[in-house]
Design a protein around this ligand. Structure first.
Ligand SMILES: Cc1cc2nc3c(=O)[nH]c(=O)nc-3n(C[C@H](O)[C@H](O)[C@H](O)COP(=O)(O)OP(=O)(O)OC[C@H]3O[C@@H](n4cnc5c(N)ncnc54)[C@H](O)[C@@H]3O)c2cc1C
Length: 384
């Protein structure tokens, strides 16, 4: 069966435009009073609590769990502004974007009542336990095992590349509860809510290319999980994890990570850049706007209750290619200028470009590698 992609054009409704202004004003104010350094990103629970107090976390969730019952498009503009400013979203972004929606859809009632309002208030940090040393792209080969015991489960094994595990309060982990069946090699995995400070958990840092400690290895040694921490149906996580990846892949998070260096570049070149630079900026903006419209369209589909898995994969593939190539494009447009011209060698721009260059290689790996996404797109087009 063939499939054609659909990216219906979406215009932001008035309430989303008004919200965009509100978020910009908040970020301007926070940056001005030193609450964060624009472009740096990072982790700040204090900032997370402020964002929560504004009602900007769990925005689309039911009021019953503290949510705002607002639209996906309103949520979209909040996320987009935060990322475009390079605000410190790491303490809350995973819970708001993917773990919270997972719990909302599949979690047990007592867990939803306990956890979701705390995500909304910006109090909880989540991490994602999918990858293992021998199962990265092939996520359904996970072997970290949860074995039934009285009142719950005992977990043994290892997860790797777990972003924010050292800061997180909870993980949503993909664990093996039964062997795969001959009919379905994806069968036998279940998702669980894991308390990161439970006895038996060890978190070891992995330092990345920029010298930062963002991801980790997490070892489970007889970690006990109560029955209430099972998320969704036993052995059936393959279906749920696929949904989770659609949340992960669809947002502005996937094309905006190197954008702060573009902002610095435009600022550095001033109101009257050379014709060559103006042309380069114009090309990048045209690409950016196209991606934004596609990504907004995916947000519109999520709003309509659809599951746009192939479209989200396409946006992620195009988006990460764009953000990965951006630092090099900028470097070609603005080769380092002479030391005799200190204004041109603007330190803020140089720092933003340095940071963007160092993070660029990871962009086409995190959240699904380029090759794997292209496999999903090909399947969506009926080519495999
Ligand atoms: C910055 C960063 C943050 C991350 N955060 C997390 C996190 O919080 N939680 C988490 O669980 N994981 C996280 N990951 C892990 C990430 O999801 C995996 O690295 C990714 O899925 C690839 O797995 P792998 O590293 O084992 O590579 P492999 O799966 O071994 O892939 C190696 C190469 O083979 C290619 N390949 C693999 N399978 C196929 C195929 N079927 N067809 C064609 N080519 C293929 C891949 O594209 C890749 O180029 C993070 C990774 C990064 C870089």
């Amino acid at each position: 069966m063939t499939f054609s992609f659909r990216f219906d054009p979406i215009s932001l409704p008035e309430e989303a435009k008004a919200l965009q202004e509100e978020v910009r004003a908040f970020l301007r104010e926070e940056a001005a009073r030193g609450g964060f350094t624009p472009g740096k990103g990072g982790f700040s629970r204090e900032f997370g609590r402020k964002v929560g107090a504004r009602g900007w976390l769990g925005m689309t969730w039911p009021k019953k769990y503290g949510g705002g019952e607002r639209s996906q498009l309103e949520r979209y503009v909040v996320t987009e502004e935060m990322l475009a400013w390079g605000a410190p979203t790491r303490s809350f972004s995973t819970g708001d974007r993917q773990s919270g929606p997972m719990l909302l859809r599949y979690g047990q009632e007592e867990i939803k009542e306990k956890i979701l309002p705390r995500i909304v208030r910006g109090e909880l940090c989540f991490c994602i336990g999918l990858s293992e040393p021998n199962s990265g792209s092939d996520v359904f080969a996970a072997s970290t095992r949860a074995k039934k015991t009285a009142g719950g489960w005992l977990v043994n094994g290892r997860k790797i590349w777990t972003s924010n595990a050292h800061e997180a309060d909870y993980m949503i982990a993909l664990l093996r509860t039964s062997p795969p069946t001959p009919e379905n090699r994806r069968h036998g995995l279940s998702q669980f809510l894991v308390e990161m400070r439970a006895p038996g958990m060890t978190i070891r840092p992995i330092i990345n290319l920029t010298g930062s400690h963002e991801f980790n290895e997490v070892v489970f040694d007889d970690v006990f999980l109560p029955d209430s921490h099972l998320v969704g149906d036993l052995d059936m996580a393959w279906k749920q994890a696929t949904d989770e990846l659609a949340f992960e892949r669809s947002g502005p998070d996937r094309w905006i990570e190197t954008f702060p260096c573009f902002v610095e570049f435009v600022r550095q070149r001033g109101a009257e850049p050379s014709e060559r630079v103006a042309e380069g900026i114009g090309r990048a903006v045209a690409e950016l706007m196209t991606l934004r419209r596609m990504s907004l369209s995916v947000a519109g589909m999520l709003q309509a209750g659809k599951s746009p898995i192939a479209e989200a994969a396409l946006v992620k593939d195009l988006g990460t290619n764009f953000e990965q190539a951006l630092p090099d494009k900028i470097r070609l447009l603005a080769p380092p200028l002479s030391d005799e011209d200190p204004d041109a060698n603007d330190a803020r721009f140089e720092e933003a470009l340095r940071h963007a260059t160092l993070i660029a290689p990871k962009l086409t790996i995190q959240g699904g590698t380029r090759e794997v996404l292209r496999g999903i797109i090909a399947r969506g087009l009926g080519l495999r």
